[in-house]
Write a protein that binds this ligand. Structure first.
Ligand SMILES: Nc1ncnc2c1ncn2[C@@H]1O[C@H](COP(=O)(O)OP(=O)(O)OP(=O)(O)O)[C@@H](O)[C@H]1O
Length: 247
């Protein structure tokens, strides 16, 4: 199987849901080996941008490409090297945790012996072993999220897209996810991850982009001091620049 880099490029993505809702020319790239975090206020367009990256939104203009290929025309083999969890954690409620993750591995093209090993590995990495035989519908919200993450990561994808992957997790889960994302990037994968927790993304991200009103308006330095203050300054400056008459 050829090893592609799975570089993600989203250019001038536009999807208008309402006067101030949607994407209004968002541009972003995720390079191989990079953890790129996306931060922004509620409704700023993070989920929509991630859905656009995965070809799950019909854009009115602009587009997403993986290794230069528009996502709408990306061949199945290339999709099998993408892992994502956007909005909903993948899990069939009546299947056990192990069967759910194994199914995800098979759907991503892993042959059976390799899939078994990969499932064992990701169950351990997300501290899910004790739930392996439990049906997904009986899990707590945080453990369901872990299953969704396991399904997104089991096949060691070259491109990872995760929308708020830690919002339901306990502190131990947050650390485990951080370790997994750092390891994926160290193995050469590109990682796009959204979060509302600036301190948390600063620990893993090589780049942090700020989305506001459907546009990427700037970046934050992950090593910078007082990220929260800088975030609000960048957002406020953008808000001010769009409403000069309102002042
Ligand atoms: N299918 C849709 N139809 C109509 N409006 C939509 C649709 N999807 C998203 N929107 C609107 O687009 C805007 C951006 O939504 P999106 O979910 O991308 O934001 P977000 O940054 O992920 O928010 P949050 O931090 O709250 O998860 C919101 O105003 C939302 O209501």
């Amino acid at each position: 199987m050829p090893r592609s880099s799975h570089r993600l490029e989203i250019r001038d993505a536009e999807r208008v849901f309402g006067p101030d809702a949607g994407l209004f020319g968002a541009t972003l790239t995720v390079a191989p080996g990079e953890v790129h975090a996306l931060v922004g206020l509620n409704g700023s367009g993070k989920t929509t941008l991630m859905r656009a990256a995965l070809g799950m939104v019909d854009l009115h203009a602009g587009g997403a490409r993986i290794d230069g290929v528009p996502v709408a025309g990306l061949p199945r083999g290339a999709w099998s090297r993408v892992g994502h969890m956007v909005e909903h954690a993948f899990a069939y409620p009546d299947l056990t945790v192990r069967r759910n993750i194994r199914l995800a591995a098979r759907l991503h093209g892993l042959p059976d012996p390799q899939a078994r090993r990969a499932v064992d590995h990701v169950l351990a990495a997300l501290d899910l072993e004790r739930y392996a035989r439990v049906r997904a519908r009986l899990l707590s919200q945080g453990n369901r999220q872990r299953v969704g993450l396991a399904a997104a990561l089991v096949h060691a994808p070259r491109l990872v897209v995760l929308d708020e992957p830690t919002n339901a997790l306990d502190p131990r889960g947050v650390v485990l996810v951080r370790e997994l994302l750092v390891a994926r990037a160290a193995a050469g994968a590109g990682v796009l991850v959204s979060s509302h927790h600036l301190d948390e993304v600063a620990r893993v991200a090589h780049r942090i982009s700020v989305l506001n009103h459907g546009r990427v308006i700037g970046t934050l330095d992950p090593g910078g001091a007082d990220l929260e203050r800088t975030f609000f300054r960048v957002v406020h400056a953008d808000d001010e620049s769009r409403a000069p008459c309102a002042r």
